[in-house]
Design a protein around this ligand. Structure first.
Ligand code: 5GP
Length: 116
């Protein structure tokens, strides 16, 4: 059984976060340390630690991350100019929180693909 992270508490509203979207499958909230004018984390409500733990039965929720990313990008007014979706995995991928999350980053030109 994977260990819960602070993101589970955000999903359950046990600690404050700037939640911009929530449904039965996913929750989206603003990153506490934004790297760009728009920086939202989109996460499954179910605890999946990393992309290495994604199973075929998770395909619906993983697809929902993308449709919610599209909606939030539109809401943020960054869809036309563009944005970047990032999922980090494990130490070499720079993952810090072991509850899988999609970063939606935009609102300015982001430059080369890899963020330092
Ligand atoms: P990772 O490096 O795991 O892909 O990204 C984790 C992200 O979660 C970081 O961008 C970090 O700023 C964000 N983060 C960590 N703890 C919190 C928190 O308690 N609240 C919010 N809103 N974001 C957090």
């Amino acid at each position: 059984m994977a260990e819960e992270t602070i993101f589970s508490k955000i999903i359950r509203k046990e600690i404050p976060a700037d939640v911009v979207y929530q449904d039965d499958l996913v929750t989206a909230f603003r990153d506490i340390n934004p790297r760009a004018p728009s920086h939202v984390l989109i996460i499954p409500n179910k605890l999946i630690p990393t992309t290495n733990d994604v199973e075929p039965e998770d395909e619906l929720v993983m697809g929902r991350l993308f449709t919610v990313a599209k909606k939030i990008a539109q809401d943020e007014g960054i869809a036309e100019d563009g944005y970047r979706l990032i999922v980090n995995c494990n130490p070499h991928g720079g993952q810090e929180v072991y509850h899988i999350h999609m970063h939606l980053v935009g609102g300015r030109p982001l430059g080369p693909m890899l963020l330092s």
